[in-house]
Design a protein. Sequence first.
Length: 295
Amino acid sequence: MKFIRDILAEKKAAGKPAVSFEFFPPKTAEGDRALLEKHIPALLAARPDFCSVTYGAGGSTREKTLMIADRIQRQHRLPALAHLTCVNHTRDEVRALLEKIRALDCKNILALRGDPPGGGAFQPTPGGFEFSAQLVQFIRENGNFSMGVAGFPEGHIANPNGKLADWQHLREKVAAGADFVITQLFFDNADYFEFCDYVTSKLGVRVPIIPGVVAILSATQITKFTQMCGAKIPPPLRKKLDEIGSHDEAAVEFGIEYATRQCEELVRRGAPGLHFYTLNKAHSTVQVLKNLGLA
């Protein structure tokens, strides 16, 4: 399997954006089957460059995350980016997990601080890590992996000191050994470009910063998502979602249109890739890529 850092370098040399998809481990066996047998094959028909598999709060989906990543790599020969968090993990436990990941020939890790189970404030695990930069450094010292980290164009919701203070943490993560950044979802491209300009020109970050994009499926659902992660819904978008209301079919069509316009500008202005939060669904993401001529 390829390192994602190499994939990004190859796409840059070719003058094309890297395309990647994110999946989350379902909660039921039926959901597992639908993801593995229906949604993932449909999405992979769009020929992405890599995919990522999320890690439940507190490591609650640890085994399933690795199972899905392994299945994608073995069955579809597509590099998988396995998420790994600080929450509820000692250094020894992370070292053992790295051995498992290496045994699966998974060469790519997204290193995150992570969310505690049940919400609430983050508390470092005794014998573990307080900051994701520490996790990045530990992984770098314990194996040859290509590592990504998270970036927050609007600042992290848990950081009370504002986005500029939060962006300082990105410099620390990159200095610790991160090869690339994947951002949280956003709906105003100005936030992404401001973020990139600041961390590159002011903080010296020189790794690819891949924008995270979601195609809206439901007005209600996206409102809940943004409240949880701290992303804002710009007033014109909020007005349109209020007009759509509970008409999910209309929301899907509008979501495809909005994401297409958003991605067109991101690619035109030099974004190194597009990372789609698929919500474990295929139709909207594939349609956006078709609209962009990237499927």
